[in-house]
Ligand binder design. Structure first.
Ligand SMILES: [Zn+2]
Length: 247
């Protein structure tokens, strides 16, 4: 029986499907060499897991081609943007696995950038479990570079991660408002304000309420106009007021 002609819609679907299969086959064929060249063998993942973490960057490295690219070409494309690739691979590993072994933990902490906001608390607790202070130090630096860095450092874990609700984003420790005031040098800054902007200073003394954005004291009216996401809201106590008025 003669085959029926496909409609153009079906044909488009068929072509797309065919191309996907080609990319999967190609990844299967090149997988071992890619793992070796990018030094990913220590990750100790299963074949399927390697496929899973690499298929998306592999497809974009192959791009829209009609002829089969050489494995060297793909690897060159990967190594040209190695940081981005390893960041993405780290995110995929974290999505894929509930538990990481120590080598995987090490890899992810060393390479994670974009995912750090989401995964730093988990990675911190995993590194604590295996007693790897070196990894915690590394993670602390990455947090300050790529995470949600705040001006108040946590006294427990040392990450710059005390949020405006006074809770550490990384270890969950809660600090007092007094601690935040000390860390942000609120009294010193109020002294400074008294000298440089007496009008704003007296407004603040009257309201007894301040907001701090990037170490700057601002008023309620100013915070309403600001687009800042992270600000601390602080009440000034009787003794705070006394000590700034005295000086
Ligand atoms: Zn903490």
């Amino acid at each position: 029986m003669p085959r029926k002609r496909n409609s153009s819609k079906q044909e488009a679907k068929r072509t797309r499907k065919k191309k996907e299969i080609d990319i999967d086959d190609l990844l299967n064929e090149y997988l071992e060499e890619i793992i070796k060249e990018l030094s990913l063998e220590n990750l100790n993942l299963s074949h399927d897991e390697y496929i899973e973490i690499l298929k998306e960057p592999f497809a974009s490295a192959v791009g829209d081609v009609s002829t089969k690219p050489k494995v060297k070409t793909i690897i060159n494309r990967f190594t040209n943007r190695l940081d981005d690739l390893l960041d993405l691979v780290s995110i995929r590993i974290l999505e894929l696995r509930e538990k990481l072994d120590e080598k995987q933990l090490e890899f992810v902490i060393f390479h994670l950038k974009n995912g750090i906001k989401m995964y730093a608390p988990f990675l911190y607790s995993e590194a604590i479990k295996v007693g790897r202070n070196d990894l915690i130090d590394y993670l602390r630096n990455s947090w300050s570079k790529y995470g949600i860095r705040t001006p108040v450092k946590c006294p427990k874990c040392g990450f710059e991660a005390i949020m405006p609700d006074l809770i550490c984003k990384i270890c969950g420790y809660t600090v007092s408002e007094k601690y935040v005031k000390e860390q942000l040098k609120v009294i010193d800054n109020l002294y400074e304000l008294k000298r440089t902007d007496p009008e704003k200073f007296s407004e603040i003394i009257k309201s007894r309420h301040i907001y701090i954005v990037n170490n700057l004291i601002i008023t309620e009216a100013e915070i309403r106009q600001s687009r800042e996401q992270i600000f601390y809201e602080i009440d000034l106590t009787e003794s705070d007021i006394k000590s700034v008025l005295k000086g």
